[in-house]
Design a protein around this ligand. Structure first.
Ligand code: G3H
Length: 535
């Protein structure tokens, strides 16, 4: 079946994304400014056939500022001024004021839903349904964050007394924060660090991802109007020139980064005093699925399919390797391959689309390289048409049996390639997780508690979430999302994130000296020392 390249006129009008007028905008120091310097075309992963004939080409949807060192430093300086060594309006504002501002922002954000969703869909090829889900989940995350902060604030509302000392302990902001989100969830994952950082009182420089930058731009006016000047600033362009330059100043207090561990290391080590830098990092993963001899194979194949190929496998939480017991390997592979063949390869707005074009340049060839390497090592592509590719399209490939030593055994493919390997002894599964450089999640498909139990006990010491007879995933967002080894630093549930972007500070008074505290409370002279609470 041929891949789809419509002409612009053939795209439903409601879904078509023309060149986005606001793509050169950025937000700095409370102003939305149009960038006049170097810019690069933003090309959708959707390829269109020119109206007048000719080869299909990526559809251009905007031009993104390629900001230089000076512009990056201007954004940083705005955030530094908003922090004002902890004396700025935002970091000293009562929690209620910050909550009201964030809620107001969420309200304004919802008004831009259609615009953001369409840009998200066109730029990274996420299906319309999933793009909408990403947007809505982000709005829910914001409200969840507000509720969690109220709860946190209530617990800080009293004095603890010990050893003749009374102390009021609350969480205070950390300072200037640099946020970088990934291309696969450019809105949601960026905002799961941005929003908690802001609401805790930290001014932010947000570096937009290389792919998936445009979906944030319709929100710049809302950021400008809802927060004091300099609290939110955006930069875009080359990572080393923008984020690297900002890091080298040593003025960043918190680094929130979701991407590769290689880039995270460069950013962290770019800071001249790394001990002063707090980091929260969401990095790579190669989550395995272990399919045991007594597994419900229909369930394992169904969960495996969604786990491996939602958004074309471009999720850090995706199942990126199946290790299947030899006794059921052929039966499992047949079911999985049938499921993959039934997935609709289609344009992101089309009904039922499951496999869509890939945003990263050269990705289809890279994925094919992994497949070829596995084939050289004795594997086959078992689903008909698997691995067919053209332009930004790549038909998912189930590759079996992948042996240790092949790239697909250990490399994170981050795309629609599904490696399946065979195991004989449970020991091999223990070895797999211990040898893996990653430590995010795993799935176990099996029914025998005597086998599953001991495996769980090893896995929880090597990674951070074990899914029983279910795919791996981040949600619900109230649960801890984290990892070990090369997979993460810090934890990002809704409530954990508030802790990540703050530090406990306290005001203490010795017994006998409580008058000053009473006066402060009565006269309401402090935003920190207070006992009023938020519903
Ligand atoms: O790319 C990593 C995402 O946080 C995964 O989230 O499991 O909800 O798709 P998800």
């Amino acid at each position: 079946m041929a891949f789809s390249y419509p002409k612009a006129g053939e795209v439903p009008a409601a879904q078509f994304q023309p060149e986005y007028a606001g793509s050169l905008n950025h937000l700095v120091d409370g102003e939305v400014r149009a960038w006049g310097g170097k810019a690069e075309p933003v090309e959708s992963c959707v390829m269109l056939r020119p109206e007048g004939g000719g080869a299909p080409a990526r559809h251009r949807i905007g031009r993104l500022p390629q900001m230089d060192e000076a512009a990056s430093l201007a954004a940083l300086d705005a955030a530094v001024r908003a922090w004002d060594r902890g004396r700025g309006r935002w970091p000293t504002m009562p929690v209620k004021g910050r909550i009201d501002a964030v809620r107001q922002f969420a309200k304004r954000m919802v008004e831009k839903r259609a615009e953001c969703v369409r840009l998200l869909m066109w730029e990274i090829g996420k299906t319309l349904k999933d793009s909408e889900k990403e947007f809505d989940r982000t709005v829910e995350y914001i409200e969840g964050t507000v509720q969690a902060l109220k709860e946190l604030d209530r617990t800080g509302n009293r004095f603890s007394i010990d050893g003749g000392i009374a102390a009021m302990i609350r969480r205070s902001p950390l300072g200037v924060t640099l946020c970088l989100g990934p291309f696969n969830y450019p809105l949601n994952e960026t905002f799961t660090t941005l929003i908690p950082a802001i609401i805790m009182g930290n001014p932010v420089v947000m570096k937009l991802p290389r792919y998936g930058a445009l979906c944030t731009l319709p929100l710049l006016e809302a950021f400008r109007d809802c927060f004091p000047r300099g609290v939110v600033n955006t930069v875009s362009g080359d990572g080393p020139t923008t984020a690297g330059t900002v890091q080298r100043t040593g003025k960043v207090d918190v680094l929130a980064f979701i991407g590769s561990s290689r880039a995270a290391d460069i950013l962290k080590h770019g800071h001249p005093a790394p001990h002063r830098l707090r980091s929260v990092l969401g990095l790579g993963a190669k989550n395995p699925a272990f399919v045991m001899p007594d597994a419900d194979l229909d369930l394992a194949a169904a969960e495996g399919l969604v786990g491996a190929l939602s958004f074309n496998g471009q999720r850090c939480t995706a199942l990126k390797h199946f290790l299947v017991h030899r006794s059921i390997a052929d039966a499992f592979v047949a079911k999985l391959a049938a499921g993959v063949s039934a997935l609709k390869v289609a344009l992101p707005w089309e009904d039922g689309a499951k496999i869509t074009p890939l945003p990263e340049h050269g990705k289809a060839e890279k994925l094919w390289g992994y497949v070829e390497d596995a084939v050289k090592n004795g594997a086959k592509v078992v689903n008909p048409g698997g691995g067919e590719r053209e332009g930004t399209w790549f038909r998912p490939a189930v590759v079996f049996p992948v042996v240790k030593g092949a790239q697909l055994w250990s490399t994170e493919q981050f795309g629609p390639v599904v490696p399946v390997s065979v195991y004989d002894r449970d020991e091999e599964l223990f070895d797999y997780v211990v040898e893996s450089p990653y430590g995010q999640q795993a799935s176990i498909f099996g029914r025998d508690a005597k086998k599953v139990g001991p495996l769980v006990d090893v896995l929880v010491n090597q990674l951070c979430r074990v899914n029983l007879n279910a795919q791996c995933q981040r949600g619900p967002d109230s649960f801890p999302f984290t990892g070990r080894k090369d997979s993460a630093e810090g934890t990002l549930s809704i409530s954990d994130a508030l802790r990540v972007f703050s530090i406990r500070a306290m005001v203490a008074v010795k017994e006998g000296g409580e008058q000053i505290v009473s006066d402060m409370l009565m006269q309401r002279t402090s935003n920190f020392v207070r006992t009023d609470f938020l519903f």
